[in-house]
Structure formats: C-alpha cells, structure tokens
Design a protein around this ligand. Structure first.
Ligand code: MN
Length: 204
C-alpha cells in the first residue's frame, strides 16, 4: 500500500471563521501531504509493514524495524493523526453533544463544562508541538496529550476526539494565541462523528 492524502470531508473554507481557509489549505495540502510522502518513503524499506492500514502500523509501532521506527512514528503518526483530525471537525458543528457521548462525558467528567475546561487546559498546556485527545480506556473516557505526532493508539487506547496544537494549526490566523484557537475550535467539533467513534470503541 502506498498511503494517499485523503480528501478533506468538507470545503477548505467550511470551518470559517473559526479555522481559516488559508490554514486549512496549508495544513492539509502541504503539512499532511508531507507526512504521507515521508511515511511512504520510510516504509519502502519494510514492504510487509507498508501493506497494513496506517492505524495498525501505529498500534504496533514498537515492532516496526528499529532503523525506520522514528520516521514511521513521526510521519506515519502524522498521517494517521491528521486523517482522524479532519473527520472530527465540520461546518454547522460545535455546541454541546447529545447522545451516548454526551451521557458518557457527564458520567466521566461530571459535566460538559468540566470536560471542556479540562480538555482545553490539556491542549493549552501541551508544551511545544503535539495533540490533546479524548480517548476511551477500558470503557471510560479520559483526556490526555501527546508530543509531536505520537498517538494514543500506540498505547492501546481508542481516540474519539482530538485537537492539533502544532503551531501550523493556528499561526496564520491566531499567531501565538493558542488559547484563542482552542476557544474557536470548539465551534467546529463534529459531535456526530465523535459519537460514532465512541460507539465503535465500545465494541472493541
Ligand atoms: Mn498538523
């Protein structure tokens, strides 16, 4: 398998004004494409691994041959993380989740407002480049953050929501104001997609 850049599931300007079109074009067409190109290049040296879906490769990252493991962790992780990230955002989104995910958030965090505060703090306090995540760990929702392109999938956890806090996600519009980007990002969270990931996680 040679990995391909997936098409964005909406227009580049669909997340305006919260996430601007120029950022989406650079982030998807340039940054994500580079992760795809570089993981493909790394896996040329390990063709057996190149036949697996990227999530499986990331899940088993410790078994990937040592000489390419760092490249696969970074660029394969970058490909997997961005592919997932695009799907948990959308136009006409945001607000407070209903359904099973809404109930599970209340159950595990006390309230949606508590959850939102804790998740925003994780995203804000992630030092340097990385991601904040909502994951399912043995049936329970948990917030965590990862550095660079590391994925909770490598720790056996199931992501249901994520925010990219690399500067390339927000610098064009928000410059150094990561907190403003995070606050705006809540308006584009696609809770329907999060609900689907949560339901699937329960079946694993
Ligand atoms: Mn990114």
């Amino acid at each position: 398998m040679v990995y391909m850049l997936p098409k964005l599931p909406y227009d580049y300007n669909a997340l305006e004004p919260h996430i601007d079109e120029q950022t989406m074009r650079l982030h998807h067409d340039k940054h994500h494409q580079t992760y795809v190109d570089k993981v493909n290049a790394a896996l040329e040296k390990a063709p057996a691994w190149a036949n697996k879906p990227i999530e499986e490769v990331i899940e088993e990252i410790e078994k990937v041959p040592a000489e390419i493991r760092a490249a696969v962790r970074n660029h394969g992780g970058g490909h997997a993380n961005h592919t997932f990230f695009w799907t948990v955002m959308g136009p006409n989104a945001g607000g407070k989740p209903a359904g099973e995910i809404g109930k599970a958030i209340d159950r595990d965090f006390g309230s949606f407002d508590n959850f939102k505060k804790q998740f925003s703090d994780a995203a804000l306090n992630r030092f340097g480049s990385g991601w904040a995540w909502l994951v399912v760990d043995k049936g329970k929702l948990k917030i965590m953050d990862t550095m660079n392109q590391d994925s909770p999938v490598s720790q056996g956890l199931v992501p249901v929501l994520t925010i990219d806090v690399w500067e390339h996600s927000y610098y064009v519009k928000y410059q150094n104001r990561r907190a403003d980007y995070i606050a705006a990002w809540w308006n584009v969270v696609n809770w329907k997609a999060v609900e689907e990931y949560y339901k699937k996680a329960g079946k694993k």
